[in-house]
Design a protein around this ligand. Structure first.
Ligand code: ZN
Length: 254
């Protein structure tokens, strides 16, 4: 792809964003990776929910990993990509941001209307009574009392886990339903650094396009959606999204 074609695609995307009345941005693991927390972007270490419930050694191993990576996630700062999405929310008619990331960095960057469809790693929830605990407080308690597995202070018997969906568990119902409604109603969808390989997210660009929305992929890597979306901007979201912000400002002032 020549430099000239790349600039033209960026300009077209900027125009679509400026003209959109209900734009949606979908983000995912590439943004988490760019923030220096690759493990949380992958989350391959999430065990099957049944073995987590039944096997203390699985729980121990999981919480050991969380204790190792959570301080990194908690200390991570929004990147140029997160900040650019916040700027886009000011510049245009951005209905919401749907994210696969569990790090809450979009919220840290100031974004409102964020749908975390894989939930958040900043909380731990009791599987028995539903009590929520801040992750940092849970880890601090574990460290203070030398516990390998945290337990619920309210019901005493409950198992704690982050509200992330482990294999064998459905995605958070409310968030996914809201995301579907937003996708069906949007007139412009940017998939920036999202993983479009698995459902339900794999169907989001298809659904948006079917409803008449322009669809764009921004990614450092080629993906299966590239062939049917209206435009693809290759590059890391932390590079491409700030360039898009500048282009939106430019086309809006012409
Ligand atoms: Zn409980």
């Amino acid at each position: 792809m020549s430099r000239e074609v790349e600039i033209t695609a960026l300009e077209a995307v900027a125009h679509w964003f400026s003209e959109a009345k209900r734009a949606v941005i979908l983000t995912g693991p590439e943004l988490t990776f760019e923030a220096g927390i690759p493990d949380a972007g992958e989350l391959h270490f999430n065990p099957d929910i049944n073995s987590f419930r039944e096997d203390d050694s699985v729980k121990e191993k999981y919480w050991e990993k969380i204790a190792e990576i959570y301080p990194k996630i908690s200390a991570a700062e929004p990147t140029a990509a997160h900040k650019a999405i916040y700027e886009l929310s000011i510049l245009g008619e951005l209905d919401c941001v749907i994210t696969q990331a569990v790090d809450a960095l979009l919220i840290k960057a100031g974004c409102e209307n964020v749908l975390q469809i894989y939930s958040s790693i900043h909380w731990a929830q009791c599987l028995n009574c539903g009590k929520d605990y801040r992750m940092m407080e849970t880890l601090t308690e574990m460290s203070r009392y030398g516990r390998k597995i945290p337990s619920c202070a309210v019901c005493r018997t409950g198992i704690l886990k982050p509200p992330l969906s482990f294999p064998g568990q459905p995605l958070p119902h409310w968030e996914v339903r809201e995301a579907w409604i937003k996708i069906q109603n949007c007139d412009f969808l940017i998939c920036a650094g999202a993983s479009l390989e698995n459902e339900p997210v794999a169907s989001f660009p298809v659904q948006a396009r079917g409803g008449g929305a322009k669809t764009v992929v921004i990614s450092a890597a080629k993906g299966s959606a590239d062939d049917y979306v209206d435009a693809v901007l290759y590059g890391g979201p932390a590079v491409v999204l700030p360039a898009l912000v500048e282009e939106v400002k430019r086309v809006s002032s012409v």
